[in-house]
Design a protein around this ligand. Structure first.
Ligand SMILES: [Zn+2]
Length: 360
């Protein structure tokens, strides 16, 4: 996978209002596409290294991490520098950011050697900024008033001193980050496309969170996972365990591959080719998402309603007899809902039209 750069923090799109108040611990359902933002973290070409958005998370009094988006504030405009300045000076959780990245109350190189990068309102991009404390970071942010800032890796030395360090300057750790983005779901979401999102398609994000979170905990043993709203059309998982931060590129790629179920380009027909028996992680994900599939996909997205959509579904069935029987049934009922069509597949497969079983 190519290095992935996350999207800007804030989006003034009205559609965002529905999802901005989500709480990080309200993990909910389906895996489809995940991208390991940190791939190539240890590449030699440091200038190509992806950065990850600065958090827009803060902890509330109950200790839960809330999503803070500037568009939560009545009449605030994230593209207005003055509003951003107010946000950084009054609302941004600087101390929590420091405690999170420093792993201790006492200032350490975990924070001091961490790279921050700023995008300014004139689109200038400043990399390799670093700070001994959150106060110094805050002061710079208030001076620069960036439209966004990003958190990079911890380096072997202060990123500002990289020229003096010459060959020994290299990234030594970084959280393992997964990016779930609704634009990756455009082929299967019917309610919105591209930059638009609504509460219906947000369910794809919650489904992905549900299965990824459990796999990261149960299969890899990670414990410190922070889910944050990406600021636009998705969510990011920051896996902060020490063993995750120390992973090299190869291991990061291997973990990303573990989650990969959908393969192929937009032109290819069947993109999910699972071997039977199912891997326990896939079986568990299937079980977790069973109800979501019925409600959020078949009912709410209704992705097989039209003739054209139904034909796409039929193309995925390998059994010719079953396919013909379904086509005949569906041709006689215009725009039969997806949930009924799904039941038809089970019913006809079970009735012996086909010898293969499609009932899972
Ligand atoms: Zn939608």
């Amino acid at each position: 996978m190519a290095p992935h750069k996350t999207t800007p923090d804030y989006d003034s799109d009205d559609a965002m209002q529905d999802v901005e108040s989500m709480q990080v611990d309200s993990v909910s359902a389906k895996e489809r596409t995940v991208k390991d933002d940190l791939e190539h973290m240890f590449d030699d070409d440091l200038d190509d290294e992806p950065m990850v958005d600065a958090s827009n998370a803060h902890k509330n009094s109950s200790g839960k991490v809330n999503i803070t988006a500037i568009s939560d504030i009545p009449s605030a405009n994230p593209s207005d520098p003055e509003d951003m300045l107010q946000f950084y000076s009054r609302l941004f959780p600087w101390r929590q950011l420091f405690r999170w990245l420093n792993h201790s109350e006492l200032p350490s190189t975990d924070f001091a050697h961490r790279e921050f990068a700023f995008t300014l309102h004139n689109d200038a991009y400043l990399r390799y900024q670093c700070y001994p404390t959150f106060e110094t970071l805050r002061r710079d942010v208030l001076n620069l008033n960036p439209s966004r800032f990003e958190i990079g890796p911890v380096y072997s030395t202060k990123p500002r001193d990289r020229k003096q360090a010459k060959g020994s300057f290299k990234p030594i750790e970084k959280e393992l980050v997964f990016d779930i983005d609704l634009t990756d779901y455009d082929e299967i979401r019917t309610c919105c496309s591209k930059t638009k999102i609504c509460i219906k398609c947000w369910q794809f994000v919650t489904m992905a969170i549900k299965v990824i979170d459990v796999a990261l905990r149960d299969d890899f043993g990670f414990q410190h996972i922070m889910w944050v709203y990406s600021g636009r059309r998705g969510a990011h998982a920051w896996v902060c365990d020490k063993k995750a931060r120390k992973l090299d590129d190869g291991k990061r790629r291997a973990i990303a591959a573990y989650f990969e179920v959908v393969k192929g380009s937009s032109q290819s027909g069947k993109k999910v080719n699972l071997e039977r028996p199912l891997h326990p992680h896939i079986r568990r994900s299937h079980d977790i998402l069973k109800d979501d599939f019925k409600q959020n996909i078949l009912e709410n997205q209704d992705p097989f309603r039209t003739e054209k959509q139904a034909e796409r579904l039929l193309q995925l069935l390998p059994d010719r007899q079953l396919k013909e029987a379904l086509r005949e049934k569906w041709d006689s009922t215009i725009e039969r809902p997806s949930s009924d069509k799904w039941k038809d597949i089970d019913a006809l497969a079970g009735s012996g039209v086909s010898k293969a079983s499609y009932v899972s």
